[in-house]
Design a protein. Structure first.
Length: 204
């Protein structure tokens, strides 16, 4: 259970993030300074850096939280469920955060998409997330069958293909003219088209 101190720290981080996102949307990411963010929150620049290492970190924190939600979702899935189905269930985290344009995550993603350096940083985090997911899927395969020897090459390719479906669905839906509420349907469509047969953790 989180301590009161940890909860208070997170509340301050949330307040900083909200102020920063409002400024980024109004002025632009590059045009907004740390001093301006700190002033809106009512703190010094030095205090800001106690909570975030940079203004880039403010934007990307939401992705880190989504990753933790995704891992929790994976842990809740049945062990005998095909990996592709488990991944699709995990991606409901992204759908929930991005499909609703009233949520701050949607605005944050728009900021990231508009800034090449932020997009590159997010993509680097996505690469680490994919590697972590492949490792977790391999561990689930062993938990399902202690004699199994998961094919890490195939698992990494599987996770990469699943994320390609997410990226295609997000760009098609959120960056096009479609209703954002159709993001889940677009993701279903792409993942259904690329669906592998059964489990892919074959012995090597």
């Amino acid at each position: 259970m989180s301590s009161l101190r940890e909860l208070s720290r997170q509340a301050v981080r949330d307040r900083i993030a909200e102020a920063a996102e409002a400024l980024f949307l109004a002025k632009g990411f590059h045009e907004t300074t740390v001093d301006e963010i700190a002033a809106v929150v009512g703190m010094s620049q030095r205090s800001f850096f106690r909570y975030f290492a940079s203004k880039e970190a403010v934007v990307l924190e939401r992705f880190e939280r989504q990753a933790e939600e995704l891992f929790a979702q994976l842990n809740s899935r049945p062990l005998d469920e095909p990996e592709w189905d488990s991944l699709r269930a995990c991606f409901d985290v992204f759908v929930a955060h991005l499909a609703d344009d009233t949520r701050p995550d949607r605005a944050t993603q728009e900021i990231i998409e508009s800034c090449p350096s932020l997009l590159a940083a997010q993509l680097a985090r996505v690469d680490r997330l994919k590697e972590d997911l492949a490792q977790r899927l391999a561990a689930r395969a062993v938990a399902r069958d202690p004699k199994a020897r998961p094919d890490t090459l195939v698992l990494n390719a599987l996770v990469g293909a699943a994320f390609a479906c997410v990226q295609a669905a997000v760009r098609h839906t959120l960056c096009g003219d479609d209703d954002p509420g159709q993001l889940g349907a677009s993701l279903d469509h792409t993942m259904c088209a690329l669906r592998p047969v059964g489990h892919v953790t074959v012995d090597r």
